[in-house]
Design a binder for this molecule. Structure first.
Ligand SMILES: Cc1cc2nc3c(=O)[nH]c(=O)nc-3n(C[C@H](O)[C@H](O)[C@H](O)COP(=O)(O)OP(=O)(O)OC[C@H]3O[C@@H](n4cnc5c(N)ncnc54)[C@H](O)[C@@H]3O)c2cc1C
Length: 416
């Protein structure tokens, strides 16, 4: 059942019902009813998240945005695009292509993930160096609050100095503050020509020199990944893929072929049971977490190496975007999931600052100061007083309140 589990197959929920609203008014009606009845709701986009954020933990209703997917307006001069939150990222790029424009982000899951999910997770990806974080390209949002109120903060202006930027509260909120229903986003001129180069290196610290050189040359994208069958006479331990724009025209097919090596990795791992961690690390520590994790799993007797076919852990791999320091750490397992998890967590959360979901909510305090976590809880309390929006996610031990109870009363889970 695609709405009950994610692609890693690690998270599984048992929602009593999956709802498919196709308008803001329908989302508002659903949330208004759920608020009154104290029914918990999990917003779900393309379900490509890697921390279980879009999956029910217990009996929460899944609210899928997949049928809410129309383009509302597009201004070809300013590049401002306003669309429903359920639009698939790739379909937006397809819409923009005849206008020689592109979306500010691009990621491996672009054929499935939705712009609302991208905003809710503050996704990064391979355009990070060129366009900066997604937050900077969000012009405004339309959201439905937990009690069904519609907040229209859609704007197509680049500059807005009229008080608090309410839309930004929902960027990275992972569905815990309300449902994003509309997105106004700045699009950018598409590169006329692009070139792709693959660089083989022997040591991870050479990545930093590659980044320095590419920034001087105004290149746009760096992606680092481990080897498979690649176009080099000798195998190397690491490869870097670099995409440049504005260079002389090259053969598009060759560019696509080089990117295909990179995009092969997640699809290979999707066939296995995989623990996935998205980490943001300083550039001088990029990739070292992969080696540290391999060693730690070996010490725990759970991993031997690539040629072993018995141990619980089959593969520990890392690839990512060197430009924004984002490492995708993937650990495919054969069995003994609990033992493997105990060896990895909470150890790994001292390294991570990337997506919380249900996987990491109790470790938020490792990434954020107590004052920041307290303020986040106050915002949650203000916007979702009955705690129906995506409970058990992001904030440590969030609770729902039972119907008819004026006092705080734990329903499932701990006390906030
Ligand atoms: C192959 C692959 C590559 C990836 N590469 C990257 C990458 O480079 N960078 C990166 O950051 N991530 C990456 N990811 C992770 C994932 O694709 C992103 O987090 C993506 O933004 C999630 O979008 P989604 O629509 O699938 O959201 P979902 O997975 O459905 O949901 C994610 C979270 O957002 C909430 N949510 C979804 N839609 C809404 C909405 N309309 N309103 C409110 N809350 C909502 C959900 O409740 C959940 O908490 C990758 C994933 C895969 C499978």
């Amino acid at each position: 059942m695609p709405y009950c589990t994610d692609f890693t197959r690690v998270f599984r929920g048992q929602p009593p019902v999956v709802l498919f609203p196709s308008s803001t008014a329908q989302v508002s009606q659903i949330l208004g009813y759920c608020h009154q009845q104290h029914l918990a709701v999990v917003p779900q986009g393309g379900n490509t998240g890697v921390v279980g954020g879009g999956i029910s933990v217990f009996d929460e209703i899944v609210l899928s945005l997949s049928r809410f997917n129309q383009i509302r307006t597009f201004d070809p001069i300013s590049g401002a695009l306003v669309c429903d939150a359920g639009c698939i990222l790739q379909s937006l790029d397809t819409f923009l292509a005849p206008h020689q424009r592109c979306m500010p982000l691009d990621l491996g899951a672009k054929g499935t993930c939705q712009i609302g999910g991208n905003v809710a997770t503050h996704a990064g990806g391979i355009h990070f160096i060129k366009f900066g974080p997604l937050r900077g390209s969000i012009l405004g949002l339309e959201v439905v609050l937990a009690d069904g109120r519609i907040v229209n903060a859609l704007s197509t202006a680049q500059k807005d100095n009229t008080g608090y930027n309410v839309s930004q509260w929902f960027v990275g909120s992972e569905g815990t503050l309300g449902v994003i229903t509309g997105v106004a986003v700045q699009t950018y001129p598409q590169a006329q020509h692009k070139s792709v180069a693959m660089v083989a290196i022997n040591q991870v610290d050479q990545l930093r020199s590659v980044l320095g050189l590419t920034q001087q040359q105004l290149l746009t994208t760096q992606s680092a990944f481990p080897p498979r069958t690649l176009p080099f006479a000798q195998p190397h331990p690491y490869y870097v893929l670099i995409e440049a724009e504005g260079a002389d025209e090259t053969v598009a097919q060759e560019c696509d072929n080089l990117w295909a090596y990179r995009e092969l990795i997640p699809s290979l791992l999707a066939t296995k049971m995989t623990l996935a961690y998205d980490l943001t690390l300083p550039l001088d520590q990029f990739y070292s977490i992969v080696e540290i994790l391999r060693q730690r799993l070996q010490e725990c007797g759970l991993y031997v190496g690539p040629n072993d076919h018995q141990s619980p852990v089959e593969l520990v791999a890392g690839f990512g975007h060197f430009g924004d320091g984002n490492v995708h750490l993937l650990i495919s397992i054969r069995c003994a999931e609990q033992q493997v998890l105990e060896c990895i967590e909470p150890f790994i959360y001292d390294w991570t600052k990337h997506g919380i979901g249900q996987a990491k909510s109790q470790y938020l305090t490792r990434a954020r100061s107590p004052a920041v976590v307290a303020l986040m809880k106050q915002m949650k309390q203000m916007l979702d007083p009955t705690g129906i929006m995506n409970p058990y996610k992001l904030l440590p031990a969030c609770q729902r309140r039972t119907a008819g109870s004026a006092s705080e009363e734990a329903f499932i889970g701990g006390v906030m």
